[in-house]
Design a protein around this ligand. Structure first.
Ligand SMILES: Cc1cc2nc3c(=O)[nH]c(=O)nc-3n(C[C@H](O)[C@H](O)[C@H](O)COP(=O)(O)OP(=O)(O)OC[C@H]3O[C@@H](n4cnc5c(N)ncnc54)[C@H](O)[C@@H]3O)c2cc1C
Ligand SMILES: NC(=O)c1ccc[n+]([C@@H]2O[C@H](COP(=O)([O-])OP(=O)(O)OC[C@H]3O[C@@H](n4cnc5c(N)ncnc54)[C@H](O)[C@@H]3O)[C@@H](O)[C@H]2O)c1
Length: 476
């Protein structure tokens, strides 16, 4: 049994905890690694945000010929060199992961830190002022550990919905699809959320025949209803979208995978060479045996924390236990995990001056094509909250840059409280949505109202932010 001041679990956002001001603490960092190769550095770097957006950028280039005709430019896509695309992307990422691991394992900055590759589990409740953990060390053996403080950044992993035979067909997930050897001729995507929308764009642009399979009547159901409807329409024009499908069973044969299910009571089978499951991610609290330590878990497996990132047990603060990121947040986003780590770090070092992590509106961006981005409440949420709302909708086709892009389907929606003029939310579907949303995110985060920004600055003409300017001018 070895005792440490801090047991740090994970190497994603948690990896930013160690630093000079903790150099007096004896730290053990335990990381099992992500994906089938147990990579160091967490999901975003290895299997998430970063590689997907590198694939999206490549997909955008590959997609140009499909849309250039409307500008009087005839282009054709001659070939997609999949292995080169893949190897360029991971040729950049893998060395960062390996470098991060060897820095922690061997650099003099980390003399106070022991890196253990393996899976940490709680072995019981906190006792005698310390937490008790066992580590199943990668490569064999176990280590028993006690720690005064635990910092849990164990993240989440793809979950497979309860469909008979699904695990046996060995479906692809976001953990595996980006490193496959060959692109399949066709793929069906089970799930119609963020990962489905991004991979549908990537794979379709690279020449794969894509079918998205949604349980409900629209894609991206968590988004504002008008945005979700528009995305469904636009993607339906480009690839096959099946809605209202409840999957019952999956099977694989020599030609590919078939998914049997029902649409409105009628039995239907969908086939493709491969299946990608993108049906949500479950927090890794089970891998940690968090329940054994008495830690409170939400229904979806999230570790319950307070606004200061302190872990709760029986509704009370569990002394010396902190959590962050996908393990404990309802928002599985890298910028949220990073912010929570910063708040947690401050609070760990300055327990007498606790900061909250829930003081800013959370924006997100979906890098599909069209892009989708949002901050704050959907229109439905704003109306359900009670109180009058005002809504401005601005079509891209109404601004000069939208004419340049021949855009007919994209728009921004801004929602304000009709009485206080406060922003309640903003939703954009269309090119550059993930950048444009930042204008409203900044205003909401700093307490500005439409009139504070609409007419008090020059808006470059004829640039894309005119979309936001014109929407704001409807509200002042
Ligand atoms: C395909 C995809 C695309 C994404 N794109 C975006 C995007 O564009 N923008 C965005 O904001 N977010 C995106 N996300 C979400 C983002 O990646 C996550 O929100 C973020 O990485 C979570 O960070 P984390 O530190 O909480 O968890 P992780 O980075 O997953 O780190 C968890 C760590 O804990 C380790 N671990 C788990 N259990 C144990 C255990 N018991 N013992 C020891 N170690 C353990 C794992 O090995 C891992 O290192 C994407 C996610 C995916 C899957
Ligand atoms: N750009 C980004 O910020 C980005 C990109 C990718 C992933 N992420 C994060 O990763 C998380 C996980 O992504 P995701 O797309 O897997 O989850 P999601 O929550 O966005 O979507 C899950 C989808 O799976 C469907 N589903 C769930 N159970 C099902 C079942 N039994 N049968 C059929 N369909 C089912 C849901 O209806 C939904 O369409 C996201 O919520 C997001 O926070 C973020």
């Amino acid at each position: 049994m070895t005792h440490y001041d801090i047991a740090l679990i994970g190497s994603g956002s948690a990896n930013s905890l160690p630093g000079e001001d903790l150099s007096g603490s004896r730290i053990v960092q335990i990381d099992r690694g992500v994906g089938p190769d147990h990579l160091f550095g967490g999901t975003c770097l290895n299997l998430g945000c970063i590689p997907t957006k590198m694939f999206v950028h490549t997909a955008n280039l590959a997609r140009t010929p499909a849309i250039s005709g409307r500008f009087g430019v005839d282009e054709s896509l001659r070939r997609v060199r999949w292995r080169e695309i893949r190897d360029r992307i991971f040729g950049r990422i893998d060395p960062i992961s390996a470098g991060g691991e060897s820095y922690r394992a061997g650099h003099e900055d980390n003399e106070n830190l022991t890196l253990l590759r393996g899976t940490a589990r709680f072995t019981g409740p906190r006792q005698g002022g310390v937490h008790h953990l066992r580590v199943d060390v990668a490569g064999g053996g176990t280590e028993e550990i006690t720690a005064t403080t635990v910092v849990l950044g164990a993240g989440s992993r793809p979950s497979l919905p309860p469909v008979e035979g699904l695990a046996e067909v060995r479906p692809l997930t976001s953990d595996t699809i980006m490193r496959i050897e060959e692109l399949p001729a066709s793929i069906m995507i089970l799930g119609s959320g963020v990962i489905a929308a991004e991979f549908a764009h990537i794979l379709d642009a690279l020449g794969v025949e894509v079918t998205i399979i949604a349980r409900g009547d629209r894609l991206l159901r968590g988004a504002d209803a008008d945005v979700s409807r528009r995305l469904t329409e636009v993607l339906s024009d480009r690839l096959r979208v099946v809605t209202g499908f409840s999957a019952v069973s999956a099977a694989r044969d020599a030609e590919g995978v078939s998914l049997r299910g029902r649409i409105g009571g009628e039995e239907t089978t969908i086939r493709a060479q491969e299946l990608l499951v993108a049906a949500g991610r479950r927090p890794n609290s089970d891998l940690l045996d968090a329940a054994v330590a008495g830690i409170d878990l939400a229904e979806d497996g999230r570790v319950e924390v307070d606004a200061h990132q302190r872990v709760l047990a029986d509704g009370e603060i569990l002394p010396g236990a902190w959590a962050l990121g996908d393990l404990s947040s309802p928002h599985q986003l890298k910028h949220v995990a990073n912010h929570e780590l910063k708040i947690l770090r401050h609070n760990l070092l300055h327990p007498e001056q606790l900061r909250r992590s829930d003081t800013m509106p959370i924006a997100y961006g979906v890098f599909s094509s069209p892009q989708v981005a949002a901050v704050g409440m959907t229109e439905q949420e704003a109306r359900e909250r009670g109180g009058a709302v005002r809504v401005a909708i601005q079509e891209y086709s109404s601004i000069a840059y939208g004419w340049a892009m021949e855009d007919t389907t994209s728009f921004a929606k801004i929602i304000v409280d009709a009485d206080t003029e406060e922003f309640l939310g903003a939703h954009i579907i269309g090119p550059e949505a993930t950048s444009l949303i930042q204008l409203i995110t900044q205003a909401m985060s700093t307490g500005q109202r439409p009139r504070d920004i609409a007419a008090t600055q020059y808006w470059i003409h004829p640039a894309m932010p005119e979309l936001i300017e014109n929407a704001l001018l409807q509200l002042v």
